[in-house]
Design a protein around this ligand. Structure first.
Ligand SMILES: [Zn+2]
Length: 250
């Protein structure tokens, strides 16, 4: 097997490992952002319930104030009623008192409604507070876990990159340039094994002569269709010192 191709096989393997790790490194912050967003929605819900509770209490105070006003007015009307000179005047005061009494009853009914909803709201708030505390703790733990995981993956990736660099310098300049050019165009398989007479990258049938040359010589041969660097035997089966003298087509 051609030395350059043997090295490219290793480099392509490193590139796959590096790409996998880069994808994972990219995906983890996104995942954390998603769970933090979910947490934020729950925080907003809790805040809305708390605000509603505060508004409820304010309404209660307002109603208390209104009731006190009505009561004051009723007391004044009763005083005035004592001094009524005619039956009509008396009735007019009584009518006005009834109006304020009705207003007090309406305000008290509203107070009961508010108390009921306050009870429900404060129940919601205390449940949500507990759930949120648990969620915040789990998000924090998950983020810390993700950070640790990213550090591990990053170290692995750096290791692969280092090994890749070491192997890359062993490859001839023009072959290296050709490999990098195809890679930069998004090609995943730039080095391909001939399998069942086909290029492993593009599945086009490889000429028999090429297959024979791959097996018997260490010529650098590329797929005529997709320009992949070809090899004909599994790399693991290749003698590390070069191509087999006898050569075998697999
Ligand atoms: Zn091909």
């Amino acid at each position: 097997m051609n030395e350059d191709v043997r090295h490219l096989v290793l480099i392509q393997g490193f590139d796959e490992e590096i790409a996998l790790r880069n994808a994972e490194i990219d995906s983890l912050p996104r995942h954390i952002a998603e769970i933090k967003k979910r947490l934020h929605v729950h925080q907003l819900q809790l805040k809305a319930d708390k605000d509603a509770l505060v508004a409820n209490q304010k309404q209660m105070r307002d109603l208390e104030g209104q009731i006190a006003d009505h009561k004051q007015k009723i007391a004044r009307l009763r005083d005035q009623m004592m001094q009524a000179k005619t039956n009509e005047q008396y009735k007019a005061f009584q009518h006005e008192i009834e109006f304020h009494e009705a207003a007090i009853r309406a305000a008290e009914d509203r107070e009961i409604e508010l108390m009921e909803s306050a009870e429900a709201l404060s129940g919601n708030v205390s449940v949500a507070e507990k759930a949120l505390a648990a969620e915040e703790a789990s998000v924090k733990a998950e983020a810390a876990e993700a950070e640790k995981r990213v550090a591990v993956i990053r170290a692995e990736r750096d290791q692969y990159e280092q090994e890749r660099t070491q192997v890359l310098v062993l490859v001839s300049r023009d072959v290296r340039a050709a490999y990098e050019a195809l890679k930069s165009r998004g090609r995943k398989q730039v080095v391909a094994q001939v399998e069942g007479g086909q290029c492993g990258a593009c599945r086009i049938t490889v000429r028999l002569q090429v297959i024979q040359e791959l097996a018997l010589t260490d010529k650098l041969l590329r797929c005529e269709n997709c320009l992949a660097f070809l090899y004909a035997v599994p790399v693991t089966a290749v003698d590390a010192h070069g191509p087999s003298e006898t050569g075998q087509v697999t």
